[in-house]
Design a protein around this ligand. Structure first.
Ligand code: PXL
Length: 280
């Protein structure tokens, strides 16, 4: 791998100690893509919030600015900043601050996964004020990666399970109107057996269609976003990166569906060699 493709990426999201999501997914995938990783942990939870009962939650908001201040003093800069699940509205403000200060290096790519909802509903703990605040972070993104639910919440459009290309184009427009430069809209399905990703890059939309699996799985949004960022930083354009991330995520789900006890995440690790091969 050429030195040019070895990038330093900082990701701002939570540590869910168990549950194969957020940082425990992002770091191995970004490392597999061959990048240096840095983290800004937003919170520490015993597990993710999607199905476990009685999880712990420690908000790390108080540590965010001191960490960033230290980095600034050390002259640390990043090739990319990628935000995922953020624990509070205040943390969205911190994310904007990171973009404005630590994201100043020329060419620093700012990626926002507005991880807050799926299947028509917000995750536990989030409300409409959080959504409103998230719009202001999306406005600063070079790439925003919502699913259909998140796109509807962000744009104020009605959530539908059946729709046509016009509905999807309007969602994409709503997101670029918010200020996002490029849009990667996931889970766009026009027929029962397939789903796909709409990539709006440089003002043009393209659709990458792939197999739709019967069962949706937890944590796949994080697998997808991390694989997308890893591929993008390896020099792929957004459409190719979105396709590689989609194919990898499908394989991760396929690798998990025969194990009913593994409901909380996907077994993404054994499939990393496939991802690495696709990056060549
Ligand atoms: O996968 C997104 C995610 C990340 N972090 C936490 C979550 C979720 C989704 O539910 O609960 C803590």
């Amino acid at each position: 791998m050429s030195e040019k493709q070895y990038k330093r990426v900082m990701t701002f999201q939570d540590i869910s100690c168990v549950g194969q999501c957020s940082l425990t997914v992002a770091l191995p995938i970004l490392s597999a893509a061959g990048h240096e990783t840095a983290i800004l942990p937003s919170a520490v939870l015993s597990t993710h919030t999607g199905g476990f009962k009685g999880f712990t939650f420690r908000d790390l908001s108080g540590d965010i600015m001191p960490i960033a201040e230290h980095w600034k003093k050390e002259g640390i800069a990043f090739d990319a900043i990628y935000t995922g699940y953020l624990g509070s509205k205040e943390q969205i403000e911190y994310a904007k601050e990171m973009f404005a200060t630590l994201g100043k290096k020329s060419g620093c790519v700012k990626v926002v996964d507005p991880a807050m909802a799926d299947n028509g509903v917000l995750y536990t703990g989030f409300d409409s004020e959080f959504v409103d605040r998230m719009k202001t972070l999306v406005a600063k993104a070079d790439y925003v990666l919502p699913n259909i639910t998140e796109a509807c919440l962000l744009t104020g459009r009605e959530f539908r399970t059946e729709y046509d290309e016009g509905y999807v184009a309007d969602l994409v427009k709503g997101l670029t109107d918010l200020g996002a430069r490029d849009v990667i809209l996931t889970g766009v399905s026009y027929e029962p057996s397939t789903t796909g990703v709409v990539v709006n890059e440089n003002g043009k939309s393209r659709y990458y269609k792939h197999k739709r699996l019967a069962k949706g799985s937890h944590g796949t949004g994080d697998v997808y976003a991390s694989a997308f960022v890893g591929a993008l930083l390896r020099g792929k354009d957004a459409f190719d990166a979105a396709g590689i991330a989609a194919d990898y995520t499908v394989k991760c789900i396929e690798n998990t569906t025969d194990d009913p006890d593994h409901w909380y995440g996907v077994k993404f690790e054994p499939v990393l060699p496939y991802y690495i091969e696709r990056l060549k």
